[in-house]
Design a protein around this ligand. Structure first.
Ligand code: NDP
Length: 494
C-alpha cells in the first residue's frame, strides 16, 4: 500500500484540514503510485502563515553565521542522501538519474554557498556629508515569504529560493508543484534534521488554485518567490502588485542555439542534443530553436537527425536511458498539439512527431525526440514555449540574420552561439537579448554561484543564484550616528 505524506506546519507533520489527499504517479509507469499527498486548502495556508510569523520572530534573532551552520548541515545531509534523493526524484518526475543527481548537487552547492554567506551578508558604510557623523547600512530579514515552485527541478529550484531566504533570517511557506511533492517532503525533512527551529519552514502540498493562489494573496506574507510559467507568474505579480508585496519571477523561455559556419560542428551537435532533449526538453533553458548558418545547415541537420534517432527512451532509473518521459498526460497532449500546429503551418517533420509506445514505454508519457526543419521564425513552434522534446530548426544567411532570429521572441532566458571567431562571440554577447549567453556550450546548465534569470517576458529583473538573490530576501536599514553632540541638519548645515 502506498504511503501517505503530510504537510509540515508549526514544527509537525500534519494532514490537510479535512484530511483530503491526492495520489501521485510515476510518469514512466502509470501503475506505479508513489504516494498519497495532502490536498491542502486555504485554511492550511492560514495556519502555515501564522506559524511562519512565529518562526520569523525566533529565527531572525539567530546570528547569521549560526543560521549558516544549519544550512551547512543541510548540505552535508544532501550529500549523504544524494543517491536516495536522485532515485526518488527520477521515479517522481522522470528525468534520468544522471540529471537528478545533478539536481541534488545544485542544492548542495547552493547550501554551501548560503552557509558561507552567513559570514558576509555585507552591508555598507559611506562617509557622511557632515562631520562627526557616520552612515551605515545593515541588511535585515525581510519577513515571511511564499515560495512557489515548478516540478522540473524539484529540489534545485526550491533550494535557490529557500536556502538564501533562510540564511537572511526569513521564514517561509512553500507550495511545491503538485507533480513533485515527494521531493519537497524529503527536502523539508533534511532542513528540519539539520536543526532548523520548528515554524521557520512550512510545507503545504496541493494544487495551484487551492494552495498557491491563497498563499500569494495572504496578508501575512511579505513577498513571493516564484518559478514557473509566464502565464501563472504574471497573474501572481498582479496580485502582489495590488497588495504591495515584493515578487521575484523566473518564468518561461524559448532559447536558441546559433551555429555559425566556422563552428566546431561536432561540439555543436553534442550541445544541441543535450540542450534540446535533456530533461525531455522540459527545462526553462531547453534549446527549442536551432539557428543554423546556411553554409552548414544541410549536413548539420542530417547528422543531428541520425544522432537524435539513436537516443534511448525509457525509465530514467535505468542507467542506459538518455531521455525520460514527459511529466504527465497534459504535457504529452500539449506536445502533440504543437507538432500538429508545426505541420499545419508548413514546417517539415524530419524525425519523431509521435508518441513512443513500444513495450514498457506504453505505460508512460513518452514522446519521440522531434525535429522540424524549414521553420519560419514567425511560426508558433518557433515562438511559443512547448516544454517538450521538440526542436525547431531555422536557416539564416549570416550572423546579423541569426541574432535577429534569436532575439525575435518574447522570452529572454538563455542563448548560445557556436563559433571560433572571438570577435563574433563578443558581438553576440553584446547583442543577444537574454539573461544567459553561452559561447560554445548548450543553452542549459547553471552554476550555483552565478546569477540566474532572464529578460523580457522571462523575468521581472530579479536574479537567483550567486549574490543578487540576497538583495531580494533582505531589507536595508540605514543608520545615522551623530557623535558631534549638537543638532546637525542634513542639506542645511553643509
Ligand atoms: P506552472 O506555472 O504551471 O506552475 C508553477 C507553480 O505555480 C506550481 O507550483 C503550480 O502549482 C503553481 N500555480 C499554478 N497556478 C497558480 C496560481 N494561480 N497561484 C499560485 N500558484 C500557482 O509551471 P510548471 O510547474 O508547469 O513549470 C513549467 C514552467 O516553469 C515552464 O514555463 C518553465 O519555463 C518554467 N520554469 C522556469 C524556470 C526559470 O528559472 N526561469 C526554471 C524552471 C521552470 P501546480 O503544480 O499545482 O499547478
Amino acid at each position: 500500500m502506498a504511503k501517505t505524506y503530510k504537510n509540515f506546519v508549526a514544527g509537525e507533520w500534519v494532514d490537510a484540514e479535512g484530511g483530503a489527499t491526492y495520489g501521485n504517479h510515476n510518469p514512466a509507469d502509470h501503475n506505479d503510485l508513489i504516494g498519497n499527498f495532502a490536498a491542502s486548502g486555504p485554511r492550511d495556508v492560514d495556519r502555515a502563515v501564522a506559524s511562519a510569523r512565529e518562526g520569523l520572530r525566533l529565527w531572525s534573532r539567530v546570528p547569521a553565521h549560526k543560521r549558516g551552520e544549519v544550512l551547512k548541515r543541510a548540505g552535508d545531509l544532501l550529500v549523504e542522501r544524494k543517491e536516495e534523493l536522485a532515485e526518488g526524484m527520477t521515479r517522481e518526475m522522470g528525468k534520468p538519474l544522471v540529471e537528478t543527481r545533478g539536481d541534488v548537487q545544485e542544492a548542495i552547492d547552493t547550501a554551501y554557498y548560503a552557509a558561507s554567506e552567513g559570514r558576509r551578508l555585507f552591508g555598507r558604510t559611506a562617509p557622511s556629508e557632515l562631520s562627526d557623523k557616520a552612515g551605515l547600512v545593515f541588511r535585515r530579514p525581510a519577513g515571511v515569504f511564499g515560495i512557489v515552485t515548478p516540478w522540473n527541478f524539484p529540489i534545485a529550484v526550491p533550494s535557490w529560493k529557500i536556502l538564501p531566504a533562510l540564511l537572511c533570517g526569513n521564514a517561509i511557506v512553500w507550495k511545491p508543484a503538485q507533480d513533485t511533492p515527494w521531493s519537497a517532503v524529503k527536502f523539508v525533512e533534511i532542513l528540519v534534521e539539520a536543526g532548523l527551529p520548528p515554524e521557520v519552514v512550512q510545507l503545504v502540498t496541493g494544487f495551484g488554485s487551492e494552495v498557491g493562489a491563497p498563499l500569494v494573496a495572504h496578508a501575512g506574507i511579505t513577498g513571493v518567490s516564484f518559478t514557473g510559467s509566464t502565464e501563472v507568474g504574471c497573474r501572481i505579480a498582479a496580485v502582489c502588485g495590488e497588495k504591495g508585496k515584493r515578487v521575484s519571477l523566473e518564468m518561461g523561455g524559448k532559447n536558441a542555439q546559433l551555429v555559425m559556419d566556422d563552428a566546431d560542428l561536432e561540439l555543436a551537435i553534442e550541445g544541441v542534443l543535450w540542450g534540446a532533449f535533456g530533461t525531455t526538453g522540459q527545462r526553462c533553458t531547453a534549446t527549442s530553436r536551432l539557428v543554423l548558418h546556411d553554409a552548414i545547415h544541410d549536413t548539420f541537420v542530417d547528422d543531428l537527425v541520425r544522432r537524435a534517432d539513436d537516443l534511448r527512451l525509457g525509465d530514467g532509473r535505468k542507467e542506459k536511458t538518455d531521455v525520460g518521459p514527459l511529466i504527465n498526460e497534459d504535457a504529452l497532449r500539449k506536445v502533440e498539439s504543437y507538432v500538429r500546429i508545426g505541420r499545419e503551418q508548413g514546417a517539415t517533420l524530419r524525425t519523431g512527431g509521435e508518441r513512443a509506445n513500444d513495450g514498457e514505454l506504453a505505460r508512460g508519457w513518452f514522446y519521440k525526440p522531434t525535429i522540424f526543419t524549414g521553420v519560419d521564425p514567425s511560426m508558433r513552434i518557433a515562438q511559443e514555449e512547448i516544454f517538450g522534446p521538440v526542436l525547431a530548426v531555422i536557416r539564416v544567411r549570416d550572423f546579423d540574420d541569426g541574432v535577429e532570429v534569436v532575439n525575435g521572441v518574447r522570452y529572454g532566458l538563455s542563448s548560445s552561439i557556436y563559433t571560433r571567431d572571438v570577435s563574433r562571440a563578443f558581438r553576440a554577447i553584446d547583442r543577444i537579448e537574454a539573461g544567459i549567453t553561452y559561447v560554445n556550450g548548450p543553452t542549459i546548465g547553471a552554476e550555483a554561484h552565478f546569477p540566474f534569470g532572464g529578460v523580457k517576458d522571462t523575468g521581472n529583473g530579479h536574479r537567483e543564484g550567486g549574490w543578487p538573490v540576497y538583495d531580494f530576501f533582505t531589507d536595508l536599514k540605514t543608520v545615522y550616528v551623530d557623535y558631534s553632540g549638537r543638532l546637525q541638519k542634513a542639506q542645511i548645515d553643509t
